[in-house]
Design a protein around this ligand. Structure first.
Ligand code: OXD
Ligand code: MN
Length: 615
């Protein structure tokens, strides 16, 4: 890779833009060439650059951003080939209130999504995007979600005026020439993105251009397209991730008989060398990356990481459920990541990493709350100011690292397999300070679907809004399901009918976050979660003991060797408070009413059964 001092190349500055677009930028795909021309005409950029995805291109763009003062190159000796960005203070997270599913019919978006009539939204977008790239380069980013060569992969093309987005897409997807090759003359999912800050002639650019007042992230599910305006934040601007791989893909999965899920995928190997794959859905910033890269404290057990955020799941020829991770990198939450909590993540981000909204140390390295050691004496906070302890956190709570999965020392050898990996277990979970025990197992697929549908969790900094507020987040998909959530529940039930019960993964619910009366966590979490994973692993071949309770089956013994934990804590971790659960059922019952006639009766029956068992 070239250093960040290299000169940029390949960007056209032109007047006869359209002609040059059409003559110089033949991508080999007629529809794509036509669309690039159309979008260039609409957005009126100063130039067009079709990204090839090479290391050279990455180095040149990075160097350009450093020269422009939009990025800081980190200390080459401490964090080779890495960049520090800090955003506009208002552009730090996903914005659910400005995220729309513009299906043709309002009822298809359902009660959990914002909807605007597609024609009306397109008129609005036409106005917003008209001339929105003036003075900027329009980057065309072809990318592939899923392993190259896999029949399940989906090619998307993102047009963006943000070089920061291009750099992130390089690590998060299979981007550039390879994706174009996979596309051939086929159909692609179109994603338009603009930071919404055109540059008038002579106007000086700002460090993090965005237009937060008008920002909107808009999905047209029937057209498989996305239009995102006004934000440069990853979840709003890297359109392959939440927009294509979850919101649009969930709609495709419903139509074609597969699932697009907000799930990590890990491989777990026992001391005897038996390996099983597990997928787990937790809401944003609830520890998916930490679980996906876990270092077991139980001797002889090994975890390998297929993915930390998204799983596409299909029924394989053998009747089992097979999962692929459509992403190629991690866009992980930095605060709380340390050699103690996630050494594999720390090793992964040792070089070639993009950091956004963490703190910059006097030595030119990065820092965040919860990293090993005490805060360095001299730091620039995520706000770009010299940091004082009285300023609050030096890194934004939703600050991120972006890095290629290839740098993960425990990247699973099957992660790029076009077939995916077979799932033995699926886990749901949330951040709950009480009520929900450490782990329990569902009685059946249908009961497991009920567990997924009834996930509640405390909100986190990954989305704009109040943090720590309990909200329903079915399947951890509340912000990501691209269609009616009631139909989504029904689709999960249907998936269970596509194969025989013995082939389906078993379904679990976990809660690492219970607290005692003083507000301290009852369970140590992180590597110690391997004890729970071991129980799950052994349950999937009926080798671990469990007892039935009203809510599901819980362990009668958990391997606690080498762990000091007070008996009263353990008792609390597995206690089932009947009154609290009956209240929980009332809460779920009320929530399910939101889905009215589209709420599957099977899940209402599961709820009635749970209430009956609790009584
Ligand atoms: C993410 C999120 O960035 O869920 O993965 O917000
Ligand atoms: Mn996520």
């Amino acid at each position: 890779m070239v250093g960040f001092g290299a000169k940029p190349r390949g960007t056209l500055q032109l007047e006869t833009l359209m002609n040059q677009v059409m003559s110089s930028y033949k991508t080999g795909n007629e529809e794509l060439d036509r669309w690039i021309g159309e979008m260039a005409e609409l957005c009126r950029p100063a130039g067009v650059h079709v990204c090839d995805g090479s290391d050279r291109e990455y180095g040149e763009l990075a160097a350009q951003l450093v020269r422009e003062g939009k990025a800081t190159a980190l200390n080459e000796a401490m964090r080779p080939h890495s960049l520090w960005f800090h955003s506009d203070a208002e552009d730090v997270a996903r914005v659910e209130e400005c995220t729309f599913i513009c299906s043709r019919r309002e009822e298809d978006a359902g009660p959990t999504n914002h909807w605007v009539e597609p024609g009306e939204m397109k008129r609005k977008l036409g106005g917003l995007f008209s001339g929105c790239m003036e003075g900027r380069t329009m980057y065309v980013v072809p990318y592939c979600m899923g392993p190259l060569g896999s029949p399940f992969s989906i090619v998307g093309v993102e047009i963006t005026d943000s070089a920061y987005v291009v750099l992130n897409m390089k690590w998060m997807t299979r981007m550039g020439k390879e994706a174009l090759k996979q596309l051939g003359n086929g159909a692609f999912s179109a994603g338009m993105h603009s930071v919404g800050a055109p540059l008038k002639q002579g106007q000086k650019d700002v460090r993090w251009p965005c237009h937060v007042k008008e920002r909107c992230i808009v999905h047209f599910p029937e057209e498989r397209s996305v239009w995102s305006y006004g934000s440069g934040y990853g979840g709003n601007a890297l359109l392959g991730k939440k927009c294509l791989a979850l919101r649009l893909a969930s709609v495709m999965g419903k139509e074609e008989g597969w699932l697009a899920e907000h799930m990590l995928i890990l491989g777990l190997t026992s001391p005897e060398g038996e390996k099983k794959y597990i997928a787990a859905a937790f809401p944003s910033a609830c520890g998916k990356t930490n679980l996906a890269m876990l270092t077991p404290t139980l001797p002889g057990w090994k975890v390998e990481c297929v993915g930390d955020d998204i799983a596409w799941i299909r029924v394989g020829d053998d009747g089992r459920l097979w999962a692929v991770n459509p992403e190629a990198g991690y866009f992980g939450v930095a605060p709380g990541t340390s050699m103690k909590t996630n050494p594999n993540a720390m090793r992964t981000i040792a070089k070639n990493t993009i950091f956004t909204n963490v703190a910059l140390t006097g030595e030119g390295d990065v820092w965040w709350e919860g990293m090993d050691g005490s805060p360095p004496e001299k730091m620039i906070s995520w706000l770009g100011k010299v940091w004082k302890p009285s300023d609050g956190p030096a890194a934004h709570p939703n600050s991120r690292f972006t890095v290629s999965a290839k740098q993960n020392p425990i990247y699973d050898p099957m992660a790029n397999d076009p077939k995916g990996v077979p799932l033995s277990a699926i886990i749901f979970g949330g951040r709950r300070n009480g009520v929900v025990p450490l782990v329990y197992e569902s009685f059946s697929w249908q009961h497991g679907v009920f567990l997924g549908a009834s996930v509640s969790s405390e909100s986190t900094a990954a989305a704009k809004g109040e943090v720590g507020k309990l909200r329903h987040d079915p399947f951890a998909m509340l912000p990501f399901c691209g269609y009616h959530m009631g139909d989504y529940f029904a689709h999960w039930l249907e998936m269970g009918k596509k194969t025989s019960a013995d082939k389906l993964p078993k379904i679990y619910y976990v809660n690492w976050f219970q607290k005692d009366a003083e507000g301290k966590f009852l369970w140590p979490g992180f590597g110690e979660n391997s004890r729970v994973l071991k129980w799950i692993f052994e349950r999937t071949s009926d080798k671990a003991p469990a007892k039935k309770t009203a809510i599901g089956s819980i362990p009668t013994s958990l391997d606690l060797s080498g762990l000091e934990i007070l008996t009263e804590k353990l008792t609390a971790l597995f206690s089932i408070d009947r009154e609290a659960w009956l209240k929980e059922c009332d809460e779920i019952k009320n929530y399910f009413k939101v889905f009215s006639s589209r709420m599957p009766s099977e899940l209402l029956r599961e709820l009635d059964e749970l209430i009956r068992r609790l009584h």
